[in-house]
Design a protein around this ligand. Structure first.
Ligand code: NAP
Length: 230
C-alpha cells in the first residue's frame, strides 16, 4: 500500500542549490510533488516550480507537524552550511517520523598558493580581528552584522542581497547590493576601488561566491574565514 503513495518531497531551501534541485525534480520526475520551504528572510522569492511555502515551521515540533500533515515521505536539506538550526531540526524530525533525509553538501573552498587565510571560530572573534584592519569587505550576509558594528573601528564595505530597511549602525560604511554568482574581474575591481585590506567571509564554499576568494588571492588581500557551525 505504502509504495502506491505519491512521492512528496520537502526541499529545505534558501540556496541556489535548492532552486536548481527543485527545477531538476520538476523536469525529471513530474509525478513527484515537490514542496520547497523558504525561511522568508528576503522580500524577493526565487521563481520555483512546485509548491513553495515561506516562513519558519515554529520549531522542531512545528516541523514534525508539517511533515505529518503534508504527508512528506522524503526530505532534502539543501540549506546553507551556516543554517545549523533548521538542519538540526530536519535531522531530528526525520528520525522521529522515520522519513529518509538527504543533506546536500556544499564543498569547501580549496586553499591555493598565495591565499592568505585566517580562521575565526565565531562572528565575535572575526569582528575582533576585523576591528584591527583599515578597510574591510564584509560579505557575511545581513543577519550577523551586530558584532562588527559594536566594535566601530575600520571602514566597512558591506555586501547584502537586499537593501536593509534602515541605516546600518556602522560609523563608516558603504553598502553594495548583489547576489552571486560574481565574476572575478568585478570582484577585483570592487576591492581595488574601495582600497580593501581585509575580506571577511563565512566559509560557505561553493562556486557562486568563490570569485571574491580568488580576487583576494590575486590582490594579495588577507581573508578572514568564519568556520562553519558543526
Ligand atoms: P537557521 O539559523 O538554521 O534557522 C533559523 C530558523 O529559521 C529555523 O529554526 C526555522 O524557523 C527558520 N528556517 C530556516 N530555514 C528555513 C527553511 N528553509 N524553511 C523554513 N524555515 C526555515 O537558518 P538561517 O541561517 O537563519 O538561514 C535561513 C535561511 O536562509 C536558510 O533556509 C538558508 O538556506 C538560507 N541562507 C542562509 C545563509 C546563512 O549564511 N545563514 C546564507 C544564504 C542562505 P522555525 O524554527 O520556526 O522552523
Amino acid at each position: 500500500m505504502r509504495s502506491k503513495e505519491p512521492k512528496r518531497i520537502l526541499i529545505l531551501g534558501g540556496t541556489a542549490e535548492a532552486s536548481e534541485l527543485a527545477h531538476r525534480l520538476a523536469r525529471e520526475t513530474p509525478d513527484t510533488i515537490v514542496v520547497t520551504s523558504l525561511a522568508g528572510r528576503l522580500t524577493a522569492q526565487p521563481d520555483l516550480p512546485g509548491i513553495v511555502r515561506v516562513g519558519g515551521f515554529g520549531g522542531l515540533h512545528g516541523l514534525i507537524d508539517f511533515l505529518r500533515l503534508a504527508r512528506i515521505n522524503r526530505v532534502i536539506d539543501a540549506t546553507h552550511p551556516f543554517a545549523a538550526t533548521i538542519s538540526a531540526h530536519a535531522a531530528l524530525a526525520c528520525a522521529e517520523l522515520e522519513i529518509p533525509l538527504e543533506q546536500m553538501h556544499r564543498p569547501m573552498w580549496r586553499k591555493h598558493p598565495g591565499d592568505r587565510w585566517r580562521w575565526a571560530e565565531t562572528m565575535e572573534m572575526a569582528a575582533r580581528v576585523a576591528a584591527k584592519a583599515r578597510r574591510v569587505f564584509l560579505t557575511i550576509g545581513a543577519q550577523e552584522l551586530a558584532p562588527f558594528a559594536r566594535r566601530g573601528g575600520p571602514f566597512y564595505l558591506i555586501r547584502m542581497i537586499e537593501a536593509p530597511h534602515r541605516a546600518l549602525p556602522f560609523r563608516h560604511y558603504s553598502l553594495v547590493l548583489g547576489r552571486g554568482p560574481f565574476a572575478l574581474a568585478e570582484e577585483m575591481a570592487l576591492m581595488e576601488s574601495f582600497g580593501i585590506d581585509l575580506l571577511v567571509s563565512k566559509s560557505s564554499g561553493g562556486p557562486a561566491t568563490e570569485a571574491k576568494i580568488a580576487a583576494a588571492r590575486k590582490l594579495k588581500i588577507p581573508v578572514l574565514l568564519v568556520k562553519r557551525p558543526s
